[in-house]
Design a protein around this ligand. Sequence first.
Ligand SMILES: [Zn+2]
Length: 162
Amino acid sequence: MMVNKDIHLLCEEVLPIYEDLSEDAKKVVERHLEECPVCKASFDSLSDEEDEDRSSDHINGRPFTKLIWLKRSGFFFILLFKIIVLGLIAKEFFQLNTTTEAPLGLLDEGVRANMVLFYLPLAIAANAISLFLVKKRYIAFLFILDVILLFTYDTVLLRFAE
Ligand SMILES: [Zn+2]
């Protein structure tokens, strides 16, 4: 019974990050859930709240709150990096637009080339890393956004060109 008590303590801690556990660890948790109504109940309520913010009150103060916070920060850092790259591409476009006589068609080509050369690989890498950081549905949304950006960013910039 001593072992069960230890596993129970561990289970309470890891339930909020159940999805991030390795397959073996998940099996240990699942075996415990079968024999522990307390953990089963909190597991069920956690699954019900899957759509909600994971760092909400019920896990505040737990060590894993920090881990979730770190993952979120990593994710936002990646988003920020993407925005910076988009900003640099726009900056180059507007700089060339105001300082040279280059035709808009050529500048448009430049933006498209930059998107394929820089943004596309970055977006692929960012989405791959994000798989370990946030829920897959967020990444699906960002992936769609990336595809739209790849096809429309040059048109958007052209609208603001002189
Ligand atoms: Zn338990």
